[in-house]
Design a protein around this ligand. Structure first.
Ligand SMILES: Nc1ncnc2c1ncn2[C@@H]1O[C@H](COP(=O)(O)OP(=O)(O)OP(=O)(O)O)[C@@H](O)[C@H]1O
Length: 737
């Protein structure tokens, strides 16, 4: 089978020659008289079908021939003559020679050359232009029904277009302006040709004036249109950028808490800012250049063909050749440049090693030896430098020579056509001017188009977040007005993603309107209970009930309104104290704010700040002390009049006086609020109505302070340890005094 594949291209060519010969016989046969265009197109179609059939069913045909590129090349081979002849017919040129000669031996050979040149184009530009659609179609063709659908490569493009849709009319206007402005740019070559004709033929002076006037007006109009177009495009793209960036930010905020644990803040910020910026910059700049140069390319092509299709063909056939040669020499130059870098790095290594071990070098008196080693390395670099210089000169020379050679060929061929009277001198001048722009337009499109594709590809990363479904339970429906605040943990087992079990079948009954404390050694799982109550995570087993109903049945917003959590590592935003206290509760009145601040023992110190409640809390609350930050955070929790208040080590930064005041206010039974205290400080929890003691994720004991002390278990142990620690600290203090 493998061997067969080597013969397959040969068989393909043989079959093609036979098919073309049969078409030729049919064409010249007096028995079958068709219109030449029917033979042209019908023959092309029959040729394409037979060759495609052979390629697809022949077991030994090469993989490339069956690929999208292979099918494209086959289409070029079979249809370039019908398209080309129809085009020159549409341009009112004589088609007699072509219509009757396209199936001759020379033309068939020429067809293969054109296909090879076209393939060079495909592989550099057009294939990447159609890649998205091509891959989509070929994936559809290849895909077995049971296969998992592959990721749609057109998807980011479609998504981007979704964002562009609201600005559709602006894009239509931009495209129209691009087309009109590019058309205006064609004036200079066209009318320069006219002027040349006028000079040679010495026509009426009016023709000269007319040519100059039209050229000036069109060029000016083109410049104005370009200005308007650039302005409109850039503004539209920045609107789209803002909209995409806003959506990505919103999508990220909707993710579950575990997602933020698994993704670094740097990565998130980079997606929201850098990636979207890069994408929109590339799309604003590069896409606009691609549009401009594509429009120029199309007009230049049209005008070149209308001046002389033969010279246009020569240009198109020459361009890939002038790209391939500098690419090859450039590749050689690059390879040597890398070798030079490596050799320099080796020389540097010798220098670094010597300088950093100078004492050893000196003690062995090996300065000359090291100098010799360094020189040897530099010698290597020098000989590579010579090669690099040669490669660079060869690459530059090849570049300019091939470009020059193409121009000379065009001029020579154009001159021949002028002497034969097939092209006027003015047309030749125009053509040469068009050709100058054409090569750079094609080069620019090829250069910028991959950057646009890359930007579209990069947008996939951004859309990844937009498409990500947060791993959250569906939002519940309950939002009762008479919430009691009775919390029950029933055999709750939980582990963080990818971590060992943190809570093992924990059952807690937190009575409404009471103060309950959870204590335990560090890392025993206390804060995890709070995170589960906040629905940041879901337990793997067991359930959490609120007033007898599963926590998941409650509305998200309702829960976050009714359960307020103040933790030790509370964060203030770089906004005013007022905005921090009213955070998420912007409609609250100032009276509510003062009440909450007073309850949190924060009002007095806030009033003493330079601008009172309008003082900026600074980056992460950096303008206020740790204790003040905690009191503002407590006020922020109290402003929404929560039914359940959770203090997760929240008063640890307060001094004794403030802690006393805050506790008095928070633990006041008249608040009619369920209070859950998480703390390691026994002095804080001893007043609680009920205490749970956690040890390594399991509930060890529960009861009141006195009951637990009497029991003499872990709680009593913790209390003794803490008291001993306290006394030791006192002793150390006394000794120091
Ligand atoms: N986001 C997380 N991802 C993975 N593991 C975590 C996460 N948060 C906490 N843990 C782990 O869960 C265990 C219990 O932590 P938790 O914070 O609930 O204990 P704690 O009793 O509140 O401790 P402390 O008193 O020190 O705050 C610890 O081993 C901790 O490392």
């Amino acid at each position: 089978m493998q061997k067969m594949s080597y013969f397959s291209p040969l068989l393909f060519v043989c079959l093609d020659v036979c098919v073309v010969h049969v078409i030729r016989l049919a064409h010249i046969s007096p028995a079958i008289v068709f219109h030449p265009f029917i033979t042209l197109w019908g023959g092309g179609l029959a040729r394409a079908c037979l060759l495609a059939l052979f390629t697809l069913i022949s077991p030994g045909s090469l993989l490339w021939m069956r690929s999208f590129e292979g099918i494209q090349s086959l289409a070029v081979l079979c249809f370039h003559f019908p398209v080309f002849i129809t085009l020159i017919w549409a341009l009112d040129q004589s088609t007699l020679d072509e219509v009757w000669g396209w199936h001759s031996w020379e033309r068939v050979l020429q067809g293969y050359v054109v296909t090879a040149v076209a393939w060079l184009y495909w592989s550099r530009y057009v294939s990447s232009l159609l890649l998205s659609c091509g891959q989509y179609i070929s994936s559809l063709m290849k895909k077995a029904p049971s296969e998992k659908p592959k990721e749609d490569t057109c998807d980011p493009l479609k998504r981007l277009m979704g964002y562009m849709r609201p600005y559709l009319w602006r894009f239509v206007s931009v495209l129209t302006l691009v087309i009109l402005s590019s058309l205006g740019e064609m004036a200079i070559p066209k009318y320069t040709g006219r002027v040349a004709d006028w000079i040679i033929n010495e026509e009426t002076p009016d023709a000269f004036t007319e040519a100059i006037t039209v050229m000036t007006l069109m060029t000016f109009a083109s410049a104005v249109l370009e200005f308007v177009c650039d302005l409109m495009y850039t503004i539209t793209m920045s609107c789209i950028h803002t909209s995409v960036q806003g959506s990505v930010f919103q999508a990220v905020l909707k993710q579950e808490i575990a997602f933020f644990g698994a993704t670094s803040t740097g990565e998130l910020v980079s997606r929201v800012t850098t990636d979207t910026n890069d994408m929109s910059e590339a799309l604003s700049e590069k896409l606009s250049l691609v549009m401009w140069y594509t429009a120029r390319f199309a007009f230049l092509m049209f005008f070149m063909v209308s001046q002389s299709w033969k010279m246009s063909l020569l240009t198109c056939m020459g361009l890939p050749i002038i790209w391939v040669i500098p690419k090859l020499t450039g590749h050689f130059h690059q390879t040597i440049a890398v070798q030079v870098q490596e050799s320099l790095a080796k020389a540097n290594q010798v220098a670094t090693e010597t300088f950093s071990n100078m004492k050893t070098v000196r003690s062995f008196a090996n300065e000359d030896g090291e100098t010799e080693r360094y020189r040897e390395r530099l010698e290597d670099t020098y000989s590579l430098n010579k090669k690099e210089a040669l490669a660079y000169a060869a690459s530059t020379w090849a570049n300019s020579t091939t470009t020059l050679a193409l121009k000379v060929c065009i001029l020579y061929y154009g001159g021949t056509l002028v002497t034969r009277g097939q092209v006027s001198s003015g047309n030749l001048v125009s053509f040469v001017l068009y050709e100058l722009q054409f090569a750079s337009a094609v080069e620019a499109v090829m250069q910028y188009y991959p950057a646009v594709r890359k930007a579209i590809g990069a947008s996939e990363k951004i859309f990844e977040y937009l498409d990500r479904n947060p791993q959250l339970p569906a939002n519940g429906t309950l939002s009762p007005t008479d919430l009691q605040g009775h919390i029950q943990f029933k055999d709750v087992t939980f582990s963080y993603p990818g971590s060992p079990v943190v809570l093992k079948e924990v059952s807690l009954d937190i009575k409404p309107g009471q103060v309950t404390a959870i204590v335990g050694l560090n890392r025993s799982g206390k804060s995890t209970c709070v995170k589960l109550l906040e629905r940041f995570y879901q337990p793997q087993a067991g359930e959490i009930l609120l007033d007898g109903k599963p926590l998941t049945n409650y509305k998200d917003q309702f829960l976050h309104d009714k359960i307020a959590v103040v933790s030790q590592d509370c964060v203030l935003f770089a906004r005013s104290v007022r905005e921090n206290i009213k955070y998420g509760c912007e409609d609250a009145s100032d009276e509510d704010m003062y009440r909450a601040a007073k309850l949190a023992s924060a009002h007095d110190f806030i009033m003493e700040l330079s601008k009172g409640y309008d003082t900026d809390a600074g980056e992460k609350g950096g303008q206020v002390s740790g204790g003040q930050k905690q009191r503002i955070a407590i006020a922020r929790a109290l402003i929404r009049r929560p039914k359940i208040l959770i203090l997760d080590n929240a008063t640890s930064d307060l001094d004794t006086e403030n802690e006393y005041q805050v506790k008095q206010a928070l633990l006041n039974p008249t608040n009619n609020c369920t209070v859950l205290l998480i703390s390691n400080r026994m002095s804080v929890v001893e007043k609680a109505n009920h205490i749970f003691v956690l040890d390594n994720g399991t509930l060890k004991e529960e009861g009141t302070h006195d009951e637990l002390l009497r029991k003499g278990g872990l709680y009593a142990e913790l209390l003794i340890k803490q008291n001993m620690g306290f006394h030791r600290q006192e002793e150390v203090k006394n000794d120091a005094q």
